[in-house]
Design a protein around this ligand. Structure first.
Ligand SMILES: [Zn+2]
Length: 579
């Protein structure tokens, strides 16, 4: 039973549990106060501490942990309460109970200890770790070890009465064990037990720095070659084809180790502090050396389970993928995943490493690296915008990116948060469009026309002119429809632009709308005015997506000064064109 308590307390924050029952919550600094559900109160006076895992009510004296909280509120017994909480957070109490008696816990432990001892006798591995700036403290904290030859491992196991059955169960089938031989071991922990291993190959000729050995910090791409050991052919010690050896391998999936449910670094994590999400073993280790706090997903993408686990360790996650194209892609995938988990409790940030640097190399060359990361992390809104709005080659593609982003926002479960995020990104979009228009105008003034001057590769500042080219054949008509649709959407604009509006030389196709709009506005803006005049199809045409997509402010909820400026801008474009 104690193992149940450990398991729940190790994986679930009391504040998470309490939020399921209590909505009247006040946050003050690091503390959370709730309106006590055990006595009648309106002002929260029950304090909840994630650090201690307890709650205490100053009003009625009720106190306890997450399990007793659920017990009291649901009027159920201890066991039922544990099961209930476990079911919410995907904790398998049955297997945990089993794990407690499971002799494989000892098998893992014995083997890990033996690996650790072996490292003391392996100068080559020591030199290698030293070259990666891994000192004795780090070796001790992360329990790094050395896995000798297959034969030696087998004979050790024999001496300890560890049979093939146990080895199979912990993921060391013969072929896999062969892939693990002659490597540095990185034990992977659940909250406190070893549940698997990662292992790093070092070449047999390794003699310290200057050997021409390519380490990950100078070659980010190769770091990603770490794969599950089940996919690795076994190699003899002096294999001439050493270059086909993956640098990193990790245990195959077993009943103890699940890639989508485990992190590397869990045993060293400082809870309730910001956590960096990194790619590799060395990233975690070097982060910790610089007082950082990091976890790595093991050769797999971030899963929903990973994110749910993070919620119990921290409020703040900083995505720290490598500074290369693959790292950007990984960040993008994580942000996409995060979208379904936005609930205001876990905040996500991105830290952008300099080109071709990873957390390991960055931390090694920056003594204050962790401080730098905390200070200059990029917020969620900006990082999503940067990574999702990239196709600037053509206005259509750029607009498609925007539409895809708006679709992604729909994944945010909370309706209000969804609205807030959508409006944040819509605002950036509007701002960009508006700035582009202004820039375009000054461009025009200085060069005397859009088609003069050099137009090299398409970039953001030429967004509008790019659009202009695409729609060139009907541009005059597009402008007219745009002017009309703005007035239809925001009739308030009319007072400001009446003079110019009357001045517009509309084409025959739109002349009828010019007259009708004036009548419509002066006549009190009847809702069925245009229908009565048989102008529905013309109105639809003016407010169609084709037109409104170039007018981002059409999404504005309220009339705004910018709308007047935009109307005038289009008007001036038309005038210039008709000259
Ligand atoms: Zn109370």
């Amino acid at each position: 039973m104690q193992s149940w308590v450990d398991e729940i307390k190790g994986k679930v924050r009391i504040s998470e549990v309490i939020r399921r029952y209590v909505s009247n919550i006040k946050i003050s600094g690091d503390r959370m106060y709730i309106a006590c559900p055990f006595h009648n109160e309106k002002t929260p006076s029950c304090v909840v501490s994630d650090e201690r895992g307890t709650f205490h009510c100053f009003g009625c004296g009720e106190s306890g942990d997450s399990i007793s909280f659920v017990q009291k509120i649901e009027k159920i017994d201890f066991k039922e309460s544990c099961k209930k909480i476990a079911s919410w957070y995907g904790i398998n109490l049955v297997s945990n109970k089993f794990e407690k008696k499971d002799k494989n816990v000892d098998v893992f432990h014995k083997i890990n200890n033996w690996f650790k001892e072996n490292l003391h006798n392996n100068l080559q591995a020591y030199k290698y770790l030293k070259s990666r700036n891994v000192d004795l403290d780090l070796i001790k904290n992360f329990e790094l070890g050395w896995i000798p030859s297959f034969k030696e491992v087998k004979s050790f196991c024999k001496s300890e009465n560890i049979g093939d059955f146990e080895l199979n169960e912990i993921g060391f089938k013969e072929g896999i064990l062969k892939a693990f031989q002659n490597r540095i071991s990185f034990p992977i922990f659940s909250s406190k037990n070893v549940i698997g291993f990662g292992a790093r190959y070092i070449p047999s000729h390794y003699e310290g720095s200057g050997s021409g050995f390519d380490n990950s910090s100078t070659n980010l791409e190769k770091k990603r070659s770490f794969i599950g050991a089940e996919n690795v052919k076994s190699f003899s010690k002096n294999d001439a084809n050493a270059f086909v050896r993956p640098k990193y391998i990790n245990s195959p999936e077993t009943k103890y180790f699940k890639k989508s449910k485990n992190f590397y670094g869990l045993n060293q994590i400082k809870k309730f502090q910001p956590i960096a999400l990194v790619e590799g073993y060395m990233d975690v280790i070097t982060m910790s050396k610089r007082s950082g706090n990091a976890l790595a997903c093991l050769g797999t993408s971030v899963s929903d389970d990973h994110i749910n686990m993070l919620k119990n360790f921290t409020n703040e996650v900083i995505i720290c993928m490598d500074g290369d194209e693959a790292g950007n892609k990984a960040t993008k995938r994580i942000l996409e995943k995060v979208m379904c988990h936005i609930d205001g409790r876990l905040r996500f940030y991105v830290f952008r490493f300099p080109e071709n640097e990873d957390p390991d190399s960055f931390m090694n060359s920056n003594e204050n690296g962790w401080k730098k990361i905390l200070e200059s992390k990029e917020d969620f809104i900006s990082s999503v915008w940067r990574l999702f709005m990239i196709k600037r080659d053509s206005p259509e593609e750029y607009y498609n990116d925007f539409k895809m982003l708006m679709n992604l926002v729909k994944k945010i479960p909370d309706q209000e948060l969804r609205k807030i995020y959508a409006s944040k990104w819509k605002n950036i979009w509007s701002k960009e469009m508006y700035e582009n228009n202004s820039r375009q105008e000054s461009y025009k003034n200085s060069y005397g026309g859009y088609n003069s001057g050099k137009r090299s590769k398409y970039d953001k500042s030429e967004f509008s002119s790019g659009l202009k080219n695409k729609t060139a054949p009907n541009l005059g008509l597009v402008y007219e429809k745009a002017l009309i649709s703005i007035v239809l959407r925001f009739p308030e604009v009319f007072d400001h632009i009446e003079e110019e509006f009357l001045d517009v030389a509309f084409s025959n196709e739109m002349k009828i709308m010019k007259e009708s709009i004036i009548d419509w506005i002066r006549g009190g803006k009847d809702v069925d005015f245009f229908t009565k005049k048989g102008l529905d199809s013309v109105v639809d045409d003016c407010v169609s997506d084709k037109i409104t997509q170039i007018l981002p402010f059409m999404n504005y909820k309220q009339f705004d000064e910018k709308i007047i400026e935009s109307w005038r801008f289009i008007y001036k474009q038309m005038k210039a064109r008709n000259k």
